[in-house]
Design a protein around this ligand. Structure first.
Ligand code: ATP
Length: 329
């Protein structure tokens, strides 16, 4: 029996969590879930969107599966997602992005791994209102965080037999901040046989759309990493199938790339694949590799049999799709 935390989230979070829990249960892995809530609904009762009990639960269990929590746009509380990553020092956001058999897209053989720095940059939330008509955000980049994430990217590349790492910045404009990120990547690269390539983020976006097959591991500061992750998700069929993990020295939180998709919440339309593939990585993390492989096989077979949710060109609901996976397990 494994003890793990589940952060249910909001929007489509509860639907996709339920789907994933059912599939994991059907795989035979025994998990004692500590179900935690966070976000807007929690503020009313507990005064804060991310109570200490959530952090304590992840610390106790070492790993969590998390579905999206809505962040209010332009006002309101700070992102629970960002705060959780900071509090647990989950410094690496790892987002493998590859074509899934049975999901047709414009691109073949996409196989990119996005490694995004997860704790600083413009996401540090250091902003101020200078006057009524002027606002400022501080883009904070430190040598220690930049070297740490560069090392993570290279270690990942070695372990997973990747060919090269491309560091993505705008160091021609943000000479000090992105300049430091780039300099740190160059320094860390000296310790590895794997080559480091360099590209500016605007060109990277264009090149990704024109020919994604030219990239392998991408190493990015926080903001570019967020944006480029969504772009990469688009290459393989959309956010509904893009998996992710937040990894630190002591803890890991597995969550899809997508947000809470309020536009389709509560309609049984959401695609649980991104959350399921994140959960498969979590099963690997806790040593349940066989169960993870069996779930992946059942998922891919479901796609190959033409059973898909609406976001990727199918007509099945979230619950029908979930049942179809379970019947193939
Ligand atoms: P955030 O900034 O919080 O990550 P976002 O702005 O990227 O959120 P999402 O909530 O991820 O926005 O939604 C973007 C679009 O993708 C929406 O149209 C949404 O319906 C769609 N989408 C996201 N996740 C899924 C999913 N699992 N299944 C189907 N559609 C999804």
């Amino acid at each position: 029996m494994h003890n793990l935390t589940l952060i249910k989230g909001d929007g489509i979070g509860p639907e996709i969590s339920e789907a994933v829990l059912k599939i994991i249960e059907a795989s035979g892995v025994k998990i004692n879930w500590d179900i935690q809530t966070a976000g807007a609904e929690v503020i009313e009762k507990e005064g804060v969107p991310l109570p200490d009990r959530v952090i304590e639960s992840v610390k106790k269990n070492k790993a969590a599966l998390k579905s999206p929590v809505t962040t209010p746009i332009g006002k309101g509380f700070r992102s629970v997602n960002v705060q959780l990553r900071k509090e647990l020092d989950l410094y690496a956001n790892l987002r493998p992005c590859y074509n899934i058999p049975g999901v047709k897209t414009r691109y073949d053989n996409v196989d990119i791994v996005v490694v995004r720095e997860n704790t600083e940059d413009l996401y540090a939330g250091i902003e101020r209102q200078v006057d009524n008509d002027t606002a400022e955000s501080i883009k904070r980049i430190t040598r220690s965080a930049s070297e740490r994430i560069a090392k993570f990217a290279f270690d990942y590349a070695v372990k997973n037999k990747r060919k090269f790492v491309t560091v993505v910045t705008k160091a021609n404009i943000c000479k000090l901040s992105d300049g430091l990120f780039l300099e740190s990547a160059r320094k860390i690269a000296e310790n590895y046989d794997i080559p480091l390539k360099e590209i500016l983020v605007d060109n990277c976006c264009m090149q990704l759309v024109q020919n994604p097959n030219q990239f392998d591991v991408l190493l990015l500061p926080n903001l570019y990493g967020d944006i480029v992750s969504d772009l990469c998700a688009g290459l393989i069929g959309g956010l509904g199938i893009a998996q992710g993990a937040n990894i630190g020295k002591d803890y890991a939180v597995f969550e899809p790339v997508h947000g809470s998709a309020p536009d389709i919440a509560g309609q049984d339309k959401a695609n649980p694949t991104a959350m399921l593939m994140s959960a498969i990585e979590m099963l690997n993390f806790i040593g349940e590799v066989e169960a993870g492989n069996a779930i992946r096989k059942a998922l891919f077979k479901t796609f190959e049999d033409g059973i898909k949710t609406v976001d990727i060109g199918g007509s099945y609901s979230c619950s029908e799709f979930t049942k179809a996976i379970i019947s193939r397990l």
